[in-house]
Every structure is written in C-alpha cells, then in structure tokens.
Design a protein around this ligand. Structure first.
Ligand code: UFG
Length: 344
C-alpha cells in the first residue's frame, strides 16, 4: 500500500484534502502536525470514516530527528506539504516566525526528500506570492513580488523546490498557488454529519468572521479599508470552495504521475468579489443583519487578487465543481451553525 505523508493535515485545507484522497484513491495517509493551529478532532473524524487508512503523529517539523524517523519507518510515496503559518498580518509583525516555520521547515523537508529519494511533492503555495499585481486575473508567469513576509516565505520555498527539481531528475513538485479558500465539506454522504469545516483558534478570514457574526458568535465585524481603487473601495478576492481546492491536490498528484515533471498552478475560479459584496450576500443568505463598521486598511493587504486558472484547467483534469459564491457562503454558514464548529 502506498503511503502519502501529509504535513499539517489537522488544519482546514489539509483535513479536507485528506478526505478527498481517502475517498477517491487507495492511498494510505500519514499525518504529521504539531497541533499549533490544527485540531485533532479533524483526524478523529477522518479515522471514524476511513478507519486505519489514516494515522497521526504529533511532530513539529523543526524536530528533524523525529521527522527523519517517520521517513525511516514508512515508505513514503509522495508528500503533500500544508504545515505553515498563514496569517498575513502576523507575518508582518513576526517575520522570522514565517521564514522559520515556512521556509526553513520546507527546506528541511525537501532535504529529507532528496535523502530518501521521494519523487513527488505537492506544495501549498499562495496567491500572496504575486504581491500587488499590475494585471488581474493573474497568470502563473506574472512577476513574484510579495508585499508581506508570508508571501515571501512561500515564494522562497517555491524557489527551493524549483532548484531542487532542476538538480534532481527524479524529484518533481507541484506548487499550488491558492486563492481565497472558504466553505466546508459538501459531500452528500456527510451533509448531515458536517464533520469537517473551518475551525480556527482566532479567525482572521473574511468569510469565517462574517459567518461567526451571522450565527451570533460575534457582535459585529470590521471592513479593513474602503478606500482602495476597486469598484466599491473594498478589496477584491477570488473565493474558491474548499472541496475544489482539495481536489486540485489529487489532480496535481495525477499530473506528477503522468507527466513526471514539475509545474506551478493557480487554484481559483477567475471570479472577483469585494469585501462588501461578500458581506451583503451572506446577510441575504443568513437573513441576519449583523453590525459592520469601516476601519482602516490592514497592513499587507493587496487591493485585488483574482486568479487566471487557464493553466490548471488545460494541463490537468481539475474542474471547478462549486464555482458559486452563494453555495460557498451557504456551506460556510451551515458549518458555522453546526455544533461541530464549536470545538475550538
Ligand atoms: N477582511 C475584512 N475584515 C475582516 C477580515 C478580512 O475586511 O474581518 C478583508 C481583508 O482586509 C481582505 C479580505 O477581507 O481584503 C480577505 O481577507 P482574508 O483575511 O479572508 O484573506 P487574505 O486575502 O488576507 O488571505 C488569504 C489567505 C492567504 C492567501 C490569500 C490569497 O489567508 O493565505 O488569501 O489571496 F495568500
């Protein structure tokens, strides 16, 4: 049986991706996570559904000895590397945390890949590598000019991957540049169960915060800046449903298996929505008119980030199955209403 090592799969994107892999493939999954921001409950749910096809080891990626033991003890076929610090504003105030957790830990993981001759690596990158792009939608060959340490830490990891792949014929990677992910597991089998969704110790993401307002977990929220050069003055983002983002990882592995070469793909829908549009759609869906005030801009936020997704559509079998902002918001809102979301 082939083992895939998932780093950071106790978190939101990793746990949903693990679900997709377990459901659609025969691979077994070994999860390593330090539980700094992830939830062991996500693994409990996956184990209750897929039994012993998924195992969990609590390890911090900076603990190189324990990490190497994992490689020694199990034959690893591929790595899907999610573990990272991901809050843009925190990266501005604590950049070294980001260069260390994101870039250095990725470097150490790649070193182990070369030592143990791992052939396939899928990397969670981000639209933040583009910084403040001149043109939207952004294609993968746009210049990489990150405007915050989070984006820079991911860009550097991409470069390490690129150079390692060009020096090692047998090592290939896919970097997936995520746009703004939202929503919760939309599998019909589990619609009542709602076992997976976005859990956060301290939410910072727009849709999560707005949903918390709609269900009464917060009294209100702020819009960070309404003086951007956009249609209504608030920032534009390309929101992608978590299930589509999860499937992109599976399609990326199929690409690596078929093509045996490295690539970088944007993962988004080529749709832009402003902060104001998101909040007003959610108010309509939830029928709750929560309090919203305008605040000053948040440091490190680009005005406009919309994905050109032609490349992933043309080169892989990935499809946008949930490209509907109301469906994304409804799925995030229903998750937030469910008791499962209360575990913090
Ligand atoms: N926003 C608010 N109020 C809030 C929260 C967010 O106005 O309470 C605004 C932000 O200022 C921004 C937009 O909503 O303009 C989206 O912010 P998020 O925090 O939801 O997401 P970001 O765009 O900052 O970042 C996310 C991921 C990054 C990724 C990026 C790619 O966190 O990892 O999307 O677009 F790089």
């Amino acid at each position: 049986m082939k083992n895939i090592l998932f780093t950071g799969a106790c978190g939101y994107i990793g746990s949903h991706t693990a679900y997709s892999f377990l459901k659609h493939t025969d691979y077994d999954i070994i999860v390593i996570d330090n539980l700094s921001s992830g939830f062991v409950e996500n693994i409990d749910f996956l184990q209750s559904t897929f039994k012993d096809r998924i195992s969990f080891i609590k390890i911090d990626l900076s603990d190189s000895k324990s990490l190497e033991n994992v490689f020694m003890e199990s034959e690893i076929y591929a790595i899907v590397h999610f573990a990272a610090s991901i809050v843009v504003s925190e990266s501005v105030s604590n950049p070294l945390l980001y260069y260390s957790n994101n870039t250095k830990n990725t470097l150490d993981l790649i070193k182990l890949c070369t030592k143990f001759e791992i052939k396939n690596f899928i990397f969670s990158s981000t639209a933040a590598v583009y910084g403040e792009p001149e043109n939207n939608p952004i294609s993968e060959d746009s210049p990489l000019l990150p405007i915050n340490p989070y984006g820079a830490s991911k860009m550097m990891s991409e470069m390490i991957l690129r150079d390692t792949a060009s020096a090692n014929q047998n090592f290939n990677y896919i970097a997936l540049r995520y746009f703004n992910v939202a929503g919760a597991l939309n599998d019909n089998d589990y619609q009542k169960n709602r076992g997976l969704g976005q859990r956060n110790k301290n939410a910072t993401h727009l849709i999560k915060i707005a949903c918390e307002c709609a269900v009464g977990k917060r009294d209100g929220m702020q819009i960070f800046g309404d003086d951007y050069e956009t249609k209504d003055g608030t920032c534009i983002r390309d929101y992608i449903h978590i299930d589509d983002l999860a499937m992109a990882h599976l399609r990326a592995l199929e690409f690596l298996e078929g093509e045996k070469r490295s690539e970088v793909f944007n993962v988004g829908y080529n749709n832009g929505y402003s902060v104001k549009e998101i909040i007003s759609r959610l108010k309509e869906i939830s029928k709750v008119d929560f309090k919203v005030e305008i605040a000053k801009r948040r440091e490190g936020d680009p005005a406009n980030l919309v994905s050109n997704n032609t490349k992933i559509l043309n080169l892989t079998s990935w499809k946008a199955m949930h490209n509907d902002i109301d469906l994304i918001l409804k799925s995030a809102y229903l998750w937030e209403k469910s008791p499962m979301s209360l575990i913090k």
